[in-house]
Design a protein around this ligand. Structure first.
Ligand SMILES: C[S@@+](CC[C@H](N)C(=O)[O-])C[C@H]1O[C@@H](n2cnc3c(N)ncnc32)[C@H](O)[C@@H]1O
Length: 262
């Protein structure tokens, strides 16, 4: 979803919620109202917390996420990726890895029609290390995706193939670029393994990568297993952040049988 017109704010539950945000940073506006705010008292706060708070207060995506009831500004990243690549179809079964606080789950629930009527209702299963408050329509699990027992529980809950595997997993930044890069790529590799295990033919994988895109070996593997593999940095992803996303569509394999069986 590109930055959109302020005339048509997104409505949760509609197929294509759009960010009613124009411009970026201090000059950005929502519905014609300038968004820049100043942090009045910084007493007792560390400089980094003040900087964080100031950025939050001046971030139009944060304001828009609050207005629309999304748990995180990240919700717009998934919505924007889906507006461009159209992988969240009605009735799709979605696994969301690194789901907390839940913005991606909320968008996935809306767009796959989990709470809708009729037969093409989707399914969304989210997993995170952190505990999450319930989200209507999503099944949430808490645990470490790298833990075999948690993986087993996830497969059991899923109890069948998935159409889409999303991974926004990220470890807390250490500030050491090479370490952060290795950690994110490590998580991405395991998420790709998982996708290869559960995706239906034609399925899609979306995963967070850092600057430099996907590592060669992993990229070759994705290109072998999916019809199209593209990298994208959605507008909601901060320009000073090294993150972008790999979107792989048209899974060529077949899921490994007996998913979720002991
Ligand atoms: C950027 S946040 C995800 C935001 C989420 N997409 C949203 O829309 O609210 C990254 C998440 O990855 C989770 N994470 C990192 N490593 C993980 C692991 N090994 N297993 C499960 N979750 C993990 C973190 O706990 C964190 O909540």
């Amino acid at each position: 979803m590109a930055l959109m017109s302020a005339d048509k704010p997104p409505k949760p539950g509609t197929r294509r919620p759009r960010a009613a945000v124009k411009g970026k940073g201090r000059g950005a506006r929502v519905g014609g109202r300038p968004l820049a705010s100043r942090v009045k008292t910084a007493k007792g706060r560390k400089t980094s917390s003040t900087r964080w708070l100031k950025r939050q207060l001046n971030d139009p995506y944060v304001a828009e996420a609050q207005r629309l009831g999304y748990r995180s500004r990240s919700a717009f990243k998934l919505a924007e990726l889906d507006d461009r690549f159209r992988f969240l179809t009605k009735g799709a079964r979605v696994v969301d890895l690194g789901a907390a606080p839940g913005g991606w789950c909320q968008v996935a629930v809306e767009r796959t029609n989990v709470l809708g009527h009729g037969s093409n209702r989707g399914r969304v299963v989210g997993l995170d290390l952190q505990e999450m408050d319930a989200i209507a329509g999503a099944e949430l699990l808490q645990g470490d995706f790298l833990d075999d027992e948690i993986l087993k529980s996830l497969l059991q809950v899923l109890a069948g193939p998935a159409d889409i595997v999303l991974s926004d997993m990220a470890t807390a930044a250490t500030g050491h670029t090479a370490t952060d890069h290795l950690r994110i790529i490590g998580l991405l590799e395991v998420a790709v393994d998982f996708a290869g295990q559960v995706l239906t033919p034609g399925g899609a994988f979306v995963g967070k990568v850092l600057k430099g895109g996907t590592e060669n070996d992993l990229l070759n593997r994705l290109k072998r297993d999916f019809k199209t593999v593209r990298h994208a940095k959605p507008p909601a992803s901060r320009s000073d952040s090294a993150e972008s996303y790999v979107v792989a569509q048209g899974f060529r394999g077949t899921p490994i049988g007996d998913i979720g069986a002991e």
